[in-house]
Design a protein. Structure first.
Length: 139
């Protein structure tokens, strides 16, 4: 990912290193690497979040791109994509237009993808809902 490659210049990338614990809301602009622990919320309008293998988040995540190699307990809303690698352990719902899950990753939760990810839950029609009402005798 472009947001995580260093070229020796100031990249605007933040880091929560192994051994660091953060409680509360974390807001960032470009990129954030997490190797430590975060409890609360992680928020960025279009930024990229990378949860390293040593990273442990108990947080709701609202970002542009979310790359998970560590542990996440919380819901993810990604505007661009979510990548879950084989070392990842994810418990929570994921809402994103694009999802990549590597074989061996642990994932438990609901997934909303594609154009449906941009819509609110109450706007998503249930397939066959008319037939369901008709079959039960509802008018």
């Amino acid at each position: 990912m472009k947001g995580f490659k260093g070229n020796g210049e100031e990249s605007g990338q933040g880091r929560i290193s192994r051994g660091v614990e953060v409680f509360g809301d974390v807001l960032f602009a470009d990129a954030l690497r997490v190797g430590g622990r975060v409890s609360g919320r992680v928020i960025s309008e279009n930024g990229s979040l990378m949860i390293e293998q040593t990273g442990d988040l108990q947080a709701d995540v609202d970002v542009g791109v979310c790359v998970i190699r560590g542990a996440l307990r919380g819901n993810v809303n990604a505007r661009s994509r979510v990548e879950i690698y084989k070392t990842a352990r994810v418990q929570g719902d994921i809402k994103t237009p694009v999802l990549l899950v590597e074989e061996g990753a642990l994932l438990s939760g609901a997934i909303t993808m594609g154009k449906e990810a941009d819509r609110l839950p109450e706007e998503i029609p249930l397939e066959g809902s008319d037939e369901l009402h008709k079959s039960k005798g509802a008018s």
